[in-house]
Design a protein around this ligand. Structure first.
Ligand code: HAM
Length: 473
């Protein structure tokens, strides 16, 4: 073979070997532009948690598989269908956490937190994993903001959690509807389930249910109530309602929660069919739904189109339509009371309640709304320079100002002043301090108001007085 041809073959082979890696389906990269929204949302979550006395706690991403089977529930969709579980190199059956609550309950028990003053109020923020069918707002790795309250049995606990969740959304200017229900305690729920089974056994009803609900009828009839399929929703219209079966203490608890919410002026809707999909709940359950139906953003469309080419799990037209309908009532968060779980997981009998909010969905809503991002208290000062001597001088000034607590930014790698000021605009700086060659020689500096474009020359030594004066305005 001529030498040239051999080279071509080798090159071709090399090209063939090169593989483009793409992210896994349902996983997301968050690029610089989007992180601003994430920071805003996380800040809001942290601030609210602190104000209401919830303390930061973190738990491992991997836990024993049987912990989730026992708490979240073996027959729930989350555990039976969606969990990332595997046997590790020591032969232990482990799982990536699909939700934070079981790990937090484990930590509460393992660290003897019942010895602390009750209630113990935890703030948790991190990633969860569920192998679900990805679609807009539904990922396989997602982020939750989770608050739990251990050791509070009174309805004030439920009400405070709903208040914090509601404030979180209203302060981010996201319109939500809080839906609430009570699923009672084991006793009243069992009496209700019997009635529910009788209702579904009536002639012709079961045949109308979707395949999933036919299975639910056998395994967990309560979950027939919150199926999103239209046919199942039609059947359930005349179903008995659990609130009519609540025992006196459960009824009283529920009424008190609602009274607190009325006092706190938190609007809510009673949803007699809300049961939630996790096994541990009793009494109050609630969900927070987005109420506005803004059109899908380009990013959302990209999310479904930009999937792995080898993926065979394409959404059918029918599924897309179904998903579109479900999306109208996107659940941004949910929670409730779980008074039996701590004991069930080996701890002392301890009442508890909590909620989790899905951050990807919140960020999606914040972006749709174009909520202004600039934090009010943070006024950014951009330091720009022209020429080598100025650059060195402003390098030192930057460090000095940063250490003194000013919110300073720079783009020292850019030489042109135009490019630096463009960067200042892009990041939303309030003022730029500009040191050119002339200013360097005169021992002055320019202060530019980035909004009006007005510039003033000030004595370099008076920078702090001048900038403080402006920042106070
Ligand atoms: P959950 O309803 O399963 O509750 O999840 C809470 C929120 O997490 C959902 O409302 C949704 O916003 C978000 N979320 C769930 N799955 C996904 C997903 N695949 N992609 C994006 N976001 C998702 C719990 O997890 C309970 N641990 C809440 C709780 C805390 N109950 C008591 N304490």
């Amino acid at each position: 073979m001529p030498k040239n041809n051999t080279k071509k073959v080798v090159e071709k082979k090399a090209i063939k070997k090169t593989k483009n890696f793409s992210r896994l389906r349902g996983m997301k990269d968050i690029l610089f532009e989007e992180h601003k929204y994430w920071d805003l949302v996380e800040r809001k979550a942290r601030d609210l948690a602190r104000v209401y006395g919830f303390e930061h706690i973190s738990t491992p991403v991997l836990e024993k598989l049987d912990m989730y089977e026992r708490s979240t529930g073996k027959d729930t969709d989350v555990v039976s269908k969606e969990m990332y579980s595997f046997i590790d190199k020591s032969g232990d059956k482990v799982a990536l956490r699909p939700e934070a609550t079981p790990g937090l309950v484990r930590a509460y028990i393992e660290h003897g937190m019942f010895n602390r003053p009750q209630p113990v109020k935890t703030f948790w923020y991190g990633n969860c994993f569920r192998h679900e069918k990805p679609q807009s707002g539904r990922y396989r790795q997602f982020t939750q903001f989770d608050l739990e309250m251990f050791g509070e049995e009174g309805p004030v606990g439920d009400a405070q959690l709903i208040l914090v969740a509601y404030n979180f959304f209203s302060e981010l200017q996201i319109n939500v509807q809080v839906q609430i229900n009570s699923i009672g305690c084991r006793e009243c729920r069992n009496a209700y389930i019997k009635k529910l089974i009788e209702f579904y056994k009536e002639r012709g009803k079961r045949s109308k249910l979707c395949n999933e609900c036919k299975k639910r009828f056998q395994k967990n009839p309560l979950r027939l109530l919150d199926c999103k399929e239209e046919a199942c929703q039609e059947v359930r219209e005349d179903a008995p309602q659990i609130v009519d079966f609540l025992c006196e203490p459960c009824r009283e608890h529920f009424i008190k929660v609602l009274e607190y919410l009325d006092d706190l002026e938190v609007p809510y809707s009673l949803n007699p069919f809300l049961v939630r999909g996790l096994d541990y709940y009793n009494r109050t359950v609630f969900e927070i739904l987005a109420v506005d139906n803004e059109p899908e953003t380009n990013e959302e469309i990209e999310e479904t189109e930009g999937e792995n080419e080898e993926d065979t799990e394409e959404e059918t037209e029918e599924e897309k339509e179904g998903n579109r309908k479900k999306r109208k009532q996107l659940s941004l968060g949910g929670g409730g009371r779980y008074d039996g779980l701590i004991e069930f997981m080996g701890g002392r009998p301890t009442s508890a309640c909590g909620f989790a909010i899905g951050i990807e969905r919140v960020v999606m809503k914040v972006k749709e709304k174009n909520i202004p991002l600039k934090s009010e208290e943070e006024k950014i000062i951009f330091l720009a320079q022209l020429g080598e001597q100025s650059r060195r001088k402003i390098f030192s000034l930057f460090e000095e100002m940063r250490k003194s607590g000013y919110s300073v930014r720079q783009a020292f790698t850019k030489n042109s002043l135009k490019a630096q000021l463009e960067e200042a605009n892009r990041i939303g700086a309030t003022y730029s301090l500009i040191l050119g060659q002339k200013e360097f020689l005169d021992e002055t500096i320019l202060i530019r108001d980035m909004e009006s474009g007005n510039q003033e020359i000030v004595d370099f030594k008076k920078i702090y007085t001048e900038i403080d004066k402006r920042l106070k305005e």
